[in-house]
Design a protein around this ligand. Structure first.
Ligand SMILES: Cc1cc2nc3c(=O)[nH]c(=O)nc-3n(C[C@H](O)[C@H](O)[C@H](O)COP(=O)(O)OP(=O)(O)OC[C@H]3O[C@@H](n4cnc5c(N)ncnc54)[C@H](O)[C@@H]3O)c2cc1C
Length: 257
């Protein structure tokens, strides 16, 4: 398999080809590379992205590496930073600078055991890339894909994943709502509680986790307690400002951002 650690970091100039409002808080931004490409990365990695005059920020690629268009999912997380710029000012046709790839939580295609992907919020982006690439290249027979959101309105791309699961019976998709505003037939509670209830042993699995640090840390503790080999746990933490060095050490293959 291609080894993500030997990918060369490239500065690229891209152009916005589409912007989609996935939820009230999350925009899907699609880019074409117009200079400095081709962009080679491994599913699960991220790039350093500069929107307008904003400071560069990290965003995970949500597309598969063999797709032509780069896809980012940007959650509106600030009033004046890069994510606010995307929510309020970014337009189709704008130029965007992208540098990458970075990160260690990339899909290991040589692992044939079950794959567990856990996503919270915009952590869906790298997990989408990993799960869709694993299905496309039939990396393994069993894929458990857990998606956490607060409310129904925060879930997105669900129909796409249901279609994927119908075509690939080994893919089991579970979504959990932690704070539904109306009654729901879905799983209630955090995504980690759903994993806790369903998966009693993680021996032989490969796990990828992306989302808020609290969710990632809860996942790390649970999966290791269920027998997951620490070397089979991969996560690049999304918000380095909210974690301590000790917690980062626990987060599997965190790249120390
Ligand atoms: C490896 C990695 C991958 C990532 N991948 C993604 C991804 O795929 N999608 C994604 O959406 N994000 C991702 N992030 C987070 C992203 O890089 C940015 O940190 C995020 O978009 C916030 O950037 P900003 O410039 O808008 O906010 P900043 O201005 O940098 O603010 C940082 C934080 O401060 C807080 N803050 C800022 N303004 C306010 C305010 N007015 N009130 C309260 N709190 C405030 C917010 O919590 C915010 O997250 C990733 C981060 C890392 C490290």
């Amino acid at each position: 398999m291609p080894d993500a650690t030997v990918r060369h970091v490239r500065p690229m100039l891209c152009r916005v080809v589409a912007i989609e409002e996935a939820t009230v808080h999350i925009r899907i931004v699609r880019l074409e590379v117009v200079g400095g490409g081709p962009f080679r990365f491994t599913a699960g990695q991220y790039a350093r992205v500069t929107f307008g005059e904003q400071r560069p920020r990290e965003y995970s690629m949500a597309n598969c590496p063999d797709d032509d268009i780069i896809e980012f999912h940007v959650r509106h997380a600030s009033t004046s930073g890069a994510s606010a710029y995307v929510a309020q000012r970014l337009r189709v046709g704008d130029e965007v600078r992208v540098e990458g790839p970075f990160g260690h939580a990339w899909l290991r295609q040589d692992h044939r055991g079950p794959l567990l992907a856990i996503a919270g919020g915009s952590g869906l982006a790298p997990m989408k890339s990993i799960v869709e690439t694993a299905v496309r290249h039939h990396v393994c027979d069993d894929i458990y894909f857990y998606v956490g959101a607060r409310d129904e309105a925060d879930l997105y791309l669900e129909q796409r994943f249901c279609t994927l699961a119908a075509a690939f019976p080994g893919l089991r998709l579970v979504s959990a709502l932690s704070e539904p505003v109306a009654s729901t037939l879905r799983r209630l509670g955090t995504v980690i509680e759903a994993v806790d209830a369903d998966i009693k042993s993680c021996v032989g699995m490969k796990a990828y986790v992306a989302g808020p640090p609290a969710m990632v840390n809860a996942a790390v503790q649970l999966l290791l307690a269920r027998g997951l080999n620490p070397e089979d746990l991969h996560s690049d933490l999304f918000d380095p400002t909210l974690i301590t060095g000790r917690e980062m050490g626990k987060a599997g293959q965190s790249d120390g951002l």
